[in-house]
Design a protein around this ligand. Structure first.
Ligand SMILES: Nc1ncnc2c1ncn2[C@@H]1O[C@H](COP(=O)(O)OP(=O)(O)OP(=O)(O)O)[C@@H](O)[C@H]1O
Ligand SMILES: [Mg+2]
Length: 263
């Protein structure tokens, strides 16, 4: 089982879009996937067509059993021919997620609860909020690898640098507990346009993080339309350019996840 987290302390850079797209794409490729909505905005919960509920709060604070909080996302979210039972699950969230940080007593609570799914889930994808909190620290302790979406703008790079700083702090804690440091799977330029500003900033990003920057995900209105219809781009319009971009993203993620899982 591999646990990956989408993070960037800048809002609106595509964390939820990538979390839901990767969850959809990996489930479509036959993996058993759990999407965890750790953002009080609960955008991932809504995006996959579920209702906001205190799933992650109940799991971590009320010690709920997994079967009480987890739900199956219908296969129509990710599969254009949904005959088989869905392989995609959701741990939903709502505004109560904000109270987890002040109520949690054990920083390893998330690690311990997620480890209960070993043998049941192959991949866990955690969507986080842009506002840093103690919850992020606990998530980082549970995480094997992080994907950082970023727009190619200076302000988004600031959010990225802050997230990377917090990553180092979390890795110090992991080190003190004899845990391996978690990996950066990749930095994904999102909402990308072929303007001089974006092209220049992409070059700077690649120079600052050699080998870590993935293929940019171009800005296309279909991403927002699909989210509004509570479908992935793969089922909203399977023949669209956005769906093709999404497939490339999932292939890259699958390779990166395989690399850390077999390391
Ligand atoms: N490649 C893209 N092309 C066009 N629109 C996009 C693309 N990627 C994301 N969007 C849109 O940009 C908006 C912000 O994306 P998203 O919600 O994924 O960001 P976020 O980082 O999760 O935001 P927050 O920090 O508020 O949680 C959404 O409306 C989404 O549909
Ligand atoms: Mg989000």
């Amino acid at each position: 089982m591999t646990i990956i987290t989408l993070a960037n302390e800048k809002g609106g850079v595509g964390k939820t879009t990538l979390a839901t797209t990767l969850a959809a794409g990996m489930a479509a490729r036959g993996h058993q996937v759990l999407l965890v909505d750790a953002d009080p905005q609960a955008n991932a919960t809504i995006a996959v067509g579920a209702k906001k509920r205190p799933g992650i709060y109940d799991l971590l604070i009320r010690d709920a059993a997994w079967h009480e909080v987890i739900m199956q996302v219908p296969s129509k979210y990710y599969n254009a021919n949904p005959q088989q039972p869905s392989r995609l699950y959701l741990l939903p969230g709502n505004v109560e997620t904000r109270n987890i940080a002040s109520s949690i007593s054990d920083v390893f609570a998330i690690t311990n609860r997620l480890q209960e799914l070993e043998g049941t889930m192959e991949l866990i994808i955690i969507d986080t909020s842009p506002t840093p909190s103690l919850l992020h620290g606990s998530i980082y302790l549970a995480t094997d690898g992080i994907i950082y979406p970023t727009t190619c703008e200076a302000l988004a790079f600031d959010g990225l640098i802050e997230s990377l700083r917090h990553r180092e702090e979390a890795n110090k804690v992991r080190n003190s507990k004899n845990m391996a440091a978690f990996k950066t799977l990749g930095i994904v330029p999102t909402l990308y346009r072929h303007t001089k500003e974006h092209e220049d900033n992409l070059k700077d990003l690649k120079a600052a993080f050699p080998g870590l920057v993935w293929e940019p995900l171009p800005q296309r209105t279909i991403w927002t339309e699909a989210a509004r219809k509570q479908l992935s781009v793969f089922t909203f319009d399977p023949t669209s350019q956005a769906a093709a971009d999404g497939h490339k993203l999932v292939e890259q993620a699958e390779r990166a996840i395989y690399a850390i899982a077999s390391a």
